[in-house]
Design a binder for this molecule. Structure first.
Ligand code: BTN
Length: 252
């Protein structure tokens, strides 16, 4: 906590050498927890990723969750997902790396994933009760140890920098950046965050296929809506907005 320059985020920090999942732990105490509570683990035994995948969380990485309690309707929750991706990308960029964001919230360096974000929301009557933002960063990890199928598309800060990062300083910067973006989120129009996000976007302008449990949409990513959905222009000229899903880049 020494050197942490925040007022809201990180007043309470739960630190573990090892945990099943910081998101799962945060979820269990979220109702009672103060806004800004942070759960952090050196390694996770059951790190969870989006869409039911798992997240490789060996020692040397950064695995943390932040509990937020914004007073917003449920259909604005995706904005916080984008906000978190932006905060993570900015923090990585401050190390001098060219981090870009793949919708909805993978952070890539030279087309390889260095950071993933899992947001989990609990709502009551269409109003957000709490939201857990879980951030996993391949900091000082060897992605060559990851299973095949994952390692080919992954990189780490250490690999890109050619040297280890100071993870304590990195987490301090990250939490500060999240707080700054969260203040912006609460006090300004969402377009302030969105325009910054678009500047770092790796996805806008590309041909994509977005897969959701109910449909698959192929076309060109042309923008992000005010609620955080991706807008895709399909071949027949229709514009389709998707609030969540798996995004893969397609050729043609
Ligand atoms: C993804 O890209 O699929 C999201 C990965 C999110 C991983 C982080 S690590 C900290 C937090 N706790 C978890 O179990 N998952 C998230």
């Amino acid at each position: 906590k020494d050197g942490l320059n925040t007022t809201l985020i990180g007043n309470n920090i739960f630190y573990f050498a090892e945990l099943e999942s910081t998101n799962s732990f945060a979820k269990e105490m979220a109702k009672e927890a103060e806004e800004g509570t942070v759960v952090i683990a050196e390694s996770q035994k059951k790190g969870r990723g989006r869409l039911g995948r798992n997240w490789q969380s060996p020692k040397g990485g950064v695995n943390l969750s932040v509990i937020l309690k914004p007073n917003i309707p449920l259909d604005h929750a995706a904005r916080l997902t984008l906000m978190t991706g932006l905060a993570a990308a900015n923090t990585i960029r401050s190390l001098g790396l060219d981090a870009r964001i793949k919708w909805p919230n993978d952070v890539l360096i030279k087309d390889k994933k260095v950071c993933g974000i899992l947001t989990e929301v609990d709502a009551e009557m269409e109003q957000v009760d709490y939201i857990i933002i879980g951030i996993g960063i391949n900091a000082n990890v060897n992605v060559d140890d990851f299973p095949p199928g994952i390692r080919e598309n992954a990189t780490s800060l250490q690999k890109e920098l050619g040297t280890e990062v100071n993870r304590v300083e990195f987490v301090q910067k990250l939490l500060y950046e999240i707080e700054q973006q969260y203040i912006k989120f609460k006090t300004q129009e969402f377009s302030a965050i969105l325009s910054e996000w678009i500047n770092l976007s790796d996805t806008i302008g590309k041909n994509v296929t977005i897969m959701t449990p109910s449909k698959m949409v192929e076309g060109k990513a042309i923008g992000i809506t005010d609620t955080g959905a991706i807008s895709v222009r399909t071949k027949d000229g229709k514009r389709v907005n998707l609030i969540a899903g798996r995004c893969v880049y397609t050729r043609t």
